[in-house]
Design a protein around this ligand. Sequence first.
Ligand code: HEC
Length: 136
Amino acid sequence: MTPLRIVASLTAVMAVSVGLAACGGDGESAVQLSPAGALGRDTALQKGCAACHGTEGEGRVGPAFQGLFGSTVSFQDGTTAIADEAYIVESILEPNAKKVEGYALPMPQTNLTDEELASIVEYIRELAAPAEGAAP
Ligand code: HEC
């Protein structure tokens, strides 16, 4: 809607093209994603997540998605948590409920449908556990 959002989307699209070119242009990402996981990656690009978390989930001003699922995350208040599905969902729906240690920037609230949320969670799961025949 706003010009800023449009510019952000265009930038994300351009970043993807550059990323693909850098990989040799065969369209293969470093991690093999199931169709559901690939949908989540596309959703993360469309919704602007990639601007902060990287076009391949490698992390930028926000933490990397690669290797996140199942790992132990440390928070600014000194507590820790295992990054399971519930944690990932909470991090997305209530970005400021828990502040990841070392990241000063606040993550913005986003608007996702249940389907978009589920696909992004699947994407993040597969980035950490790139199983052939990922979970249904
Ligand atoms: C403006 C930058 C920005 C955008 C856009 C953004 N995030 Fe974040 N995100 C952050 C930062 C910074 C943190 C770490 C600080 C915190 O916990 O709030 C974070 C934390 C997270 C975490 C927890 C990561 C961890 O290591 O525990 C998840 C999951 C996440 N974001 C998913 C998303 C998704 C999905 C989207 C898109 C719908 C998104 N983010 C959009 C900046 C962003």
